[in-house]
Design a protein around this ligand. Structure first.
Ligand SMILES: *Cc1c(COP(=O)(O)O)cnc(C)c1O
Length: 317
């Protein structure tokens, strides 16, 4: 299990058969507020509302026709599920997503909307994972880990090619982290294209499993209490952590309230709708002027799938 720069270049051939590059803009009013030159990479403009679709398409493309017929099984409550469901429909593959019984009906509906099957079971994501493992065993479908699948990292790495080809002279790229696929891939691309550009990871202080795994140098489990869905992970993943260990300049924590404030900033100053995870990078930049003031910084707006609570939280600008 590994990822190198060539894998990301190969993935781009696949991704561009299905998706155009996303825009990246700098907004003077936002720059003024932040005190830095900020480039917002709009992954919320993807067809499923998040960057993960790049990985889903790359994975399905790499599977043989026989494997696609047997299909894939994964576990997730959110954008990973939608991404694999979307990619499976593009490639005519069977897809089953196991979600905790507590998952919102809106999320299940979004996944079913792409033609995937949803199984609602158990109390949490760990239980969903165990069910998915047993199901894959029984049906010989491919079990897809949201964090430890190299094709997913190769695909999401293409967004960092786009960032650094558009702006080769960046001082930093700031990436929100759940399982760490995005940030892990970012370190591989930055090392090759812009070794002077620092990659920072950001996680919610309420779900610090990836942060603590990175600090400890080993995979740890942590309480998972953030209300920010895209960052809600209770464990570290092996492949992303291995890449982050050598490639990350630093790992920053933000509070859920800081993330909400950053979502309002993006709405007001960058006229864009971010879900919580999509605003975490900006929250980190706003919180650490000592690192970012006067710099040229890309913040990845990873997704825009704001739920009803997140939408109503946008008021009070
Ligand atoms: C999954 C997700 C993240 C976290 O990405 P990882 O690759 O799991 O670290 C961040 N933002 C959004 C919108 C996501 O869907």
């Amino acid at each position: 299990m590994d990822l190198d720069f060539g894998d990301v270049l190969a993935a781009r051939e696949v991704v561009y058969r299905h998706l155009p590059p996303t825009p990246m803009w700098s907004y003077p009013v936002l720059n003024e507020t932040v005190g830095a030159t900020v480039f917002v990479k709009h992954e919320n403009a993807q067809p499923v509302g998040a960057f993960k679709v790049r990985g889903g398409l790359t994975l399905l493309d790499a599977m043989s026709p026989d494997d696609r017929k047997r299909g894939i099984v994964t576990w997730s409550t959110g954008n990973h599920a939608q991404s694999l469901a979307y990619a499976s429909s593009v490639f005519g593959a069977a897809c089953t997503v196991v979600m905790p019984g507590t998952a919102s009906t809106a999320k299940a509906a979004a996944v079913r909307g792409h033609g995937a099957e949803v199984v609602l079971t158990g109390d949490d994501l760990e239980a969903a994972q165990r069910y998915a493992e047993a199901l894959a065993d029984r049906t010989r479908a491919r079990l897809v880990s949201p964090g430890d699948t190299p094709e997913l990292l190769a695909g999401v790495g293409t967004l960092y090619l786009e960032i650094l080809e558009a702006e080769p002279e960046l001082d930093a790229i700031v990436v929100p982290i759940g399982s760490g696929t995005g940030a892990g891939a970012a370190t591989v691309v930055a090392r090759e294209l812009a070794p002077a550009c620092k990659v920072y990871g950001v996680q919610s202080a309420s779900s610090p499993a990836a942060y603590d795994s990175w600090q400890a140098g080993e995979l740890v489990n942590r309480p998972n209490r953030t209300r920010v869905a895209g960052l809600a992970t209770g464990r570290g993943y092996e492949l992303p952590q291995r890449l982050l260990r050598t490639g990350l300049a630093d790992f920053l924590l933000v509070t859920d309230d800081e993330i909400d404030a950053a979502r309002r900033r993006l709405a007001a100053d960058a006229h864009t709708l971010a879900e919580g995870a999509g605003a975490a990078a900006l929250a980190a930049v706003l919180g650490r002027p000592d690192l970012f003031e006067g710099r040229r910084v890309a913040v990845v707006c990873t997704g825009g799938n704001a739920d009803a609570t997140e939408l109503s939280g946008l008021s009070g600008l």
